[in-house]
Design a protein around this ligand. Structure first.
Ligand SMILES: *[C@@H]1O[C@H](CO)[C@@H](O)[C@H](O)[C@H]1NC(C)=O
Ligand SMILES: *[C@@H]1O[C@H](CO)[C@@H](O)[C@H](O)[C@H]1NC(C)=O
Ligand SMILES: *[C@@H]1O[C@H](CO)[C@@H](O)[C@H](O)[C@H]1NC(C)=O
Ligand SMILES: *[C@@H]1O[C@H](CO)[C@@H](O)[C@H](O)[C@H]1NC(C)=O
Length: 219
């Protein structure tokens, strides 16, 4: 091969690689979204009002650990809601557009009847979506089963809320597992941790979270 043949061969190889990269690259739920910078200020912890934070929450080595007991008090003395220890994403409430929550979650075997991720706010009712663990399964509220066999392992979860189109989509390990309509616009925000369901709850509830990110679709 002379010099120009070599160059031509290199060029062809380059074109093949580039095309394959564009065509074969797997899609990701965050494609087309912009990462919103988060600081500690964006993480507000809600916990039973009468116990110190360190008795229901820890943050070590990048992992948030949140736990609660079935007979705990609500997060506020004036509230009559179920017990919770939750991270409420604050400062990023939204009422329009397309927003996405991403996190890596871990639920220890035994935690049951616990909402681990929700979008709070809606025009109908208090929430847009509730994702609950019952016996290792993830359910939409106490209804449809979205995933099974989730105990004692880390899983990546992405939750997209398209307020303008009125739908929510759930991804596990980057794969869409559930989609449904939302409950109408409102003062909307993401929460993760453990929030006891009205019934069928284990005495102890815990979830752990790493690499929590918020994304927004621009344009
Ligand atoms: C800290 O987290 C990293 C993952 O980001 C993990 O590989 C490492 O084992 C953890 N260290 C401890 C002491 O838990
Ligand atoms: C969870 O714990 C129960 C009781 O110890 C056990 O029977 C079950 O196999 C465990 N499940 C998993 C997924 O480890
Ligand atoms: C809750 O418990 C009741 C009674 O044991 C049972 O019939 C029902 O299927 C349970 N619901 C869920 C979501 O596990
Ligand atoms: C959300 O709604 C829009 C408009 O109706 C639709 O194009 C899109 O496919 C929906 N997404 C899901 C996941 O259902």
């Amino acid at each position: 091969m002379n010099f120009s043949q070599q160059n031509m061969a290199l060029l062809i190889i380059l074109l093949v690689i580039t095309n394959c990269y564009i065509l074969c690259k797997s899609t990701d739920p965050t494609d087309g979204f912009t990462n919103v910078q988060l600081t500690e200020e964006n993480f507000k912890i809600q916990r039973p009002y009468d116990v110190p934070l360190e008795e229901r929450y820890s943050y070590q080595n990048g992992t948030h650990r949140l736990w609660v007991y079935a007979d705990d008090k609500p997060h506020d003395p004036n509230s009559n809601t179920q017990p919770r220890t939750e991270i409420r994403i604050t400062g990023l409430d939204y009422s329009s557009g397309v927003w996405q929550f991403e996190g890596h979650a871990f639920v220890p075997n035994g935690t049951s009847g616990a909402t681990i991720l929700q979008i709070h706010g809606a025009s109908k009712g208090a929430t847009t979506i509730i994702l609950r663990i019952y016996g290792g399964e993830m359910r939409y509220y106490s209804g449809q089963v979205i995933a099974t066999d989730l105990y004692d392992k880390w899983f990546r979860i992405n939750l997209i809320h398209d307020v303008d189109e009125g739908n929510v989509t759930v991804f596990l390990e980057g794969v869409q597992v559930f989609a449904t309509g939302d409950q109408g616009p409102g003062d909307l925000y993401f929460k993760c941790g453990v929030y006891a369901a009205p019934a069928n709850i284990s005495y102890y509830m815990e979830s752990r979270w790493r690499d929590i990110k918020i994304y927004k679709k621009c344009g």
